[in-house]
Ligand binder design. Structure first.
Ligand code: AKG
Ligand code: FE2
Length: 213
């Protein structure tokens, strides 16, 4: 029914069964929130892949902290680094592209974040405000992959949906915000709550509407 505002919005993520068969891995759909679409995915990454991404990035984070003024960002207190290309990264990116249903050339690149106790990512949107230059090729969807188990804290919360996703090694949360209804986009507001104990590592892929790299 075209023009009927109660009609469900079209989604990018078009997987219907409980399993997504990518070229090299079977991903499980564990939970779904319908509008806006938020999907919790199991078996996204192997333990070895998670460990490799963490180890690669730990060294780079240490290097990037030297000499850089560690100015305090009020919104995001974690440390982040973009992955360098490697065989593992290429394999994971191919899988991500099949899950997110968008060519990987639309991606920002794989960003690794590390949170130590007390660190957090305050509520934010992943898309850019219409007034910003970056919005010319805005982000439309996100995949956050959990690279380790967190002892306490560090949930990804969606405060407008009253939804919390707990970090579990190898699982992921997907959400999208390219809807015609801007209220749906706005309701993808999300946060990484403070880590209470242990470390939290995530890998994030943001996809753009058009080719980005
Ligand atoms: O760490 C999290 O749980 C959320 C990360 C996030 O929001 C992002 O990378 O855009
Ligand atoms: Fe985010």
């Amino acid at each position: 029914m075209i023009g009927n505002t109660t009609e469900k919005e079209r989604t990018i993520f078009d997987h219907v069964e409980n399993t997504i068969k990518t070229e090299d891995r079977e991903i499980r759909i564990l939970a779904k929130y319908e509008e806006p679409l938020v999907v919790v995915l199991g078996n996204m990454l192997s333990d070895e892949e998670c460990d490799e991404l963490i180890e690669q990035s730990r060294e780079k984070l240490q290097r990037s902290k030297i000499g850089k003024d560690r100015s305090v960002d009020q919104i995001r207190t974690s440390s982040g680094v973009f992955c360098e290309e490697s065989e593992t990264v290429a394999k994971i990116e191919k899988r991500i592209s099949q899950i997110m249903n968008i060519p990987i050339s639309h991606g920002d690149g794989l960003q690794i974040l590390q949170y130590t106790p007390g660190q957090e990512y305050k509520p934010h949107h992943d898309f850019f405000a219409e007034t910003s230059r970056a919005s010319a090729n805005n982000r439309i969807s996100t995949l956050v992959m959990y690279l380790n188990d967190v002892e306490e804290g560090g949930e990804t919360t969606f405060p407008m949906l009253n939804l919390s996703v707990f970090p579990n090694k190898g699982t992921a949360v997907y959400f999208e915000y390219f809807y015609d209804n801007h209220e749906l986009n706005d309701s993808t507001l999300h946060a990484g709550t403070p880590v209470m104990q242990g470390e939290k590592w995530v890998a994030t892929m943001w996809m753009r509407r058009q080719i980005f790299r």
